[in-house]
Each structure stands twice: as C-alpha cells, then as structure tokens.
Write a protein that binds this ligand. Sequence first.
Ligand code: GLV
Length: 391
Amino acid sequence: MAVNISRFVSVEDLRRAAKRRLPRPVFDYIDGGAEGEVTLRGNVRAFEEIAFRPRCAVETPPPHLQTTVLGTPIALPIILAPVGSSRMFWPRGEEVAASVAGAAGTIYSLSTLSGCRLEDVKKATPGPAWYQLYLCGGRDVAAATLQRARDAGFSALILTIDTAVAGMRERDLRNGVKELLTRRPGAMLPYIPQFLAKPGWLVPFLRDGGLMKFPNVVLADGPMLYADVGAMLEQSTVTWSDLRWIREIWKGPVVIKGVHTGDDARRAVDEGANAIVVSNHGGRQLDSVHPTIRVLPEIVAAVDGRIDVLLDGGVRRGGDVVKALCLGARAVLVGRAYAYGLAAAGAPGVRRALDILQADIARTMKLLGCTSLAELDRPYVSVPADWRAHP
Ligand code: GLV
C-alpha cells in the first residue's frame, strides 16, 4: 500500500508510523534506551527547557543552511548518525538511508553493526560517508575493516568511546530478544507471534534474507552473528591508547563520539581528535547521565574552538538543531529521527524526516531574525538558571 508521505508533519508522526509497521522488538530497539530511560527522556526534555529570544522586525531573506564539518561542505547542519541494525528496519536499510543523505547533501555515518557491506553503502550515496568503529573481534579484525573503509572512500572515522559493555536495554529482555537469538524453537516460540502480526514488515524482511549478520566484522569463521554482539563488545573496550594504532592505519580525520564532560573533551583534543560528538548514545548506554544539550556549553568552553564540536541525542525538531548551534555545536547528528522515517516508509520516510527538520530550521531562523547559521549564538537562547551552576 502506497504511503502518503506528506501526512507525516513531525518526527513524532514518523515514530508512530514506524511503531505500526514494525514488530515490537524491532521498534523497541530503535525507540528504547537503557535501564529506566532517564537519559533517553532527559535528552528530549532538556531541549524543551531552552527558550528562544527572537529579534523581531528585522529583514530575513531565506536563511542559508550550508555549513562545513571537518572541512566538508554540507547542505544542512544535520548528519545521519550511526544506527545499528538498520537493515532490520527496512530492506538494505543502510544503503537506503545513505542514498537519501547523499541526495540531501549531507553525510551518512555507517555503524559497525550494519547489515550491509560498507562498500555497497558507500556506493549507494553520492555524498560523503563516515565509518563508525567498534573493536568487535579485536584489533586485527578492526584493522581489516579500516582498510576496507579507506579503500571504499569513507572520509572520516567515528570512534565510539562509551560502549565498554552494551547498555542494559530492558525492553529487549521483555521482548524476548535473548530467547529469539538462541535459535532454539522451544525458547523462541512464545515470542514469534509479535513478528507474524506484522506481515508488512515480515515479508520484505524475509525477502531481504531474514536475520542479518554483520558483514563488516569478519571473524575467522565469517561475519559476526547477531547473537554475538554483546560478548564481542565487552571483549573490545576502546581506550585512548587505541587511538595510536588506529591512526597508523586510518590516516584521515578521527571523530571521538561519546564525550560527556569538559575533561574528556580536552583529553580528546590532546589525543589528536579532529572532532568530537557530545553524545550519550541516545540514552542507550549509561543511564542517568546528563542530557547532551545540557553539557554542551561546558564542552564547547573546554574545546575553545580548537576542533569541531558536534552533538547528538534528543533532536526531534529543527528548533532543537538551532538550539544546539546557538550553544556552540557546529552541527548535530540525528539517529532516531531518521530511523523512524526509514522504518515507516523506506527512502521517502528518511527524506521526509530530513525535509521536516530542514523546514523547521529555516522557519525557526526566520522567526528568530537570523539569516545564516554563523549568526546563531548564545543571546538567542535562554537556558535554565541551574544549568549554569557547576555540573
Ligand atoms: C548500538 O550501538 C546500539 O546502541 O544499539
């Protein structure tokens, strides 16, 4: 059935459509967070606590949304964040999302936990792409992937530093993800009806090959299996010292993702990072950390203009992007916002998510009395008084 894409007027509409189409375990993988989901909710709420301070009755020609990140020009200050398992949301999901990002003039970031080959994803986009690295399988496995990513033309490497162990996603446990991955029919059976109830998802999923493996993590016996992700992450904690050997293989820019404090931001700069992402992994790792937008000012002050500061977490509206830029981010990464669109409607859904955010940004800037991203600055926002106290 053809979906009338224009009826989705917000990211929340795309979220609801994704919920209708996906089986519960898949939807909850996108939508859920760690433990009590305090940080997941906090990321969104913290944006709501920031108020705008517009300047009215000024000329506002159509605002320019172009910027550069790591010297790469992009058409809007939004990058697609690495999102694992996108191939579960829509057939060949990583390739689909990458092609839309490229057509929109922005960067697609490919997760290590991708269901599509990195070479195919790079080919799918006419634009730039970044590769996100977990050290699953150890150093040699990662080194081989890095070489492939370089050869394929990925232009920057994202190193995620907040995943020493997979977060405790309670929704996954309740939905039987552990049992489903045992491949033992007796254990799986109680959880199968969730999938049969969603034929609009199930038929394309089976046609696309069913449960994905991870073709960019090639172990001695072949691509890493879905069931092995947790154990592999735990055996492969990234530390600052890894940056040195990674740099020997990866000559291009390195983006450190998962920075929560000014201290870690300074450390990243000292260790030679070319950019950082202020990120709590969308509230999917350590719960009860501060929302990213709340710690952004501390981190921007610590970095002091030496490298680009990016942010993810809680971005659901273009106004959120504008708030992040006013507080010093160069651009934002969006994960769920586009993943809901992908899961709801494939390429048109991703396109819709980006169109909504882009139109929001342009409108918000006009209403603020701003014509370029460079003008977005502290005086345009008011943050709660207690944010200014020491974190
Ligand atoms: C993977 O990084 C995830 O958050 O599920």
